[in-house]
Write a protein of this length. Sequence first.
Length: 276
Amino acid sequence: MREEAEALLSLPKRLGARGETVLVLPQIDSTNTELRRRLQGGALPRGQVLIAMEQSGGRGRHGNGFLSGRGGLYLSYYLPLSRPAQDCTAVTCAAGVCVLHAVARACGAHAGIKWVNDPVIDGKKICGILTERLPDPVQAPLSRLIIGIGINVSSAPFSGELALRATTLEQQGYPCALTTLAEALIRELDEMARRFEAGKEAVYFPEYRQHCVTLGKEIRILSYRGGAEKTARAVGLTEDYGLRVVFPDGAEDVLRSGEVRVRGLGGYVGEAPQGR
């Protein structure tokens, strides 16, 4: 573990000129929060990367915490775009595809994506992604985004209910050096940034759809339109990553956000709904 930590701390030097905008810290509360603080203190270059070997206050979607002990890769990426971004969904989903590419390149892992933003292996979560949009202080046509990615690489095994929903690359038989994975992920995110800036973000949609393990499955919507739980079947995706669902009574809808459980993944076993 000590050698791994030393190697990760030396990552900026290994990356040459690219490493000038990569910062590695032993510990921080949250890499996303720290990038926010640094942006408040002045401008940061596009593609600024902040990596922590451990987080004491990692954050996930909907205000959830994210376990961030030693042995994981915790990385935030600064992405300013010269055009407005209506929401963060397309960036988050594209980042999910970047994670799939990075783990495949770094350790040969074959992962899927649970809608919206959870890379999984064998139905268990290996990564969390949180994209946050910052207000632009000068009201320019600019979107300032921070993409936070936490990958469970070789941290301690999960216990209790969490063990049904989460795993690590190492537990799945894919040991991986943090530095190798970090390099691969930074390359993927740099390419993603170039494509978004050029207006070519649509290239990520077909691959996201191909690897979305939610499609064709029964799902449980934990709070449908802010109300009670409902079951449905996930039947497709809209081009802006909305999840098309069919309810047992045949009614259809498109989900834009929210927590869903997928039958057969993460310990969820339920009765298949009637209908399509």
